[in-house]
Design a binder for this molecule. Structure first.
Ligand code: PAF
Length: 256
């Protein structure tokens, strides 16, 4: 694996996985999918300041550089790109406005977040010139918004990877206290057992350490409230434990 700091050293037409580091099994699964697509697999690690709506969250974002390099080496990545801020954001770079669904759910709670995400993803794509890029379903709204700005880069989605107790893997999980970590699987229990929004919220409310932001059944494409005729319904949940924001989602299979 080559570790590079400039996009000029990357093979174009590759399979690409953008990350913000603090890598875990969820990222490893994205790398595996990328490997099936192309002999050249490029991963980037860049903590994008534009997608953090507050400086404290940016400062607290976990950083595990040595571990990341080891995990990347063992995951079949051919090029690990560690760009500097100036390469991503030169003077006068264009900011992109995300599709209006960016104003719902995660976007409502984190104003400007998705404009920052689509801006960095577009910049990364323009610099790397991949043929395909892999994104996890864990950040489901991000995945849908990236699909809208991908242009000729094919977007592959990857299923959520969970710990053995169901907690969705996330870089933020390492910030949970041991009590918080023990409480967090309530989200998976709620998603797996609820047949309605009320049931989803009821199960979540059994965990005193969990503070709810939203728990809704939505139409996967429009992000509007799911109705009786919605083809693909997804339950989406966000909230906080120990001040750490946790999000998760699951497709709901229609029960007749
Ligand atoms: O999902 C992430 O880690 C980030 O939002 C991404 C896609 C790397 C953009 O900074």
């Amino acid at each position: 694996m080559k570790v590079v700091t400039s996009a000029t050293e990357l093979p174009s037409g590759c399979a690409f996985v953008p990350t913000m580091g603090a890598l875990h099994g969820g990222h490893a699964s994205l790398f595996q999918i990328a490997k099936r697509e192309n002999e050249n697999v490029v991963a980037s690690i860049f903590i994008n300041p534009l997608q953090f709506e507050n400086q404290e969250d940016l400062a607290k974002y976990p950083k595990t550089p040595e571990f990341d390099i080891e995990l990347a080496k063992n995951s079949g990545i051919t090029h690990l790109w560690l760009p500097k801020r100036d390469e991503i954001y030169p003077e006068g770079f264009p900011m992109i406005k995300a599709d209006p669904i960016s104003e719902l759910y995660e976007g409502a709670s984190r104003p400007g977040h998705f404009d920052g995400v689509v801006t960095v993803v577009r910049r990364l794509f323009d610099l790397v010139k991949p043929s395909v890029a892999v994104f996890g379903e864990k950040d489901f709204q991000q995945l849908k918004l990236v699909e809208k700005i991908a242009g000729d880069v094919a977007i592959l989605s990857a299923p959520i990877i969970r710990e053995s107790d169901g907690l969705a893997m996330s870089s933020r999980n390492i910030r949970l206290s041991s009590e918080g970590r023990a409480a967090a699987p309530v989200i998976y229990r709620a998603l797996s057992n609820a047949g309605s929004e009320n049931e989803l919220r009821d199960i979540l409310s059994t965990e005193p350490l969990f503070t709810l932001d939203y728990a809704d059944f939505i139409d996967e494409e429009t992000f509007l409230a799911a109705g009786p005729n919605t083809q693909k319904v997804r339950a989406i949940v966000a909230g906080w434990i120990n001040g750490v924001r946790l999000i998760d989602n699951m497709q709901m299979v229609k029960r007749s």
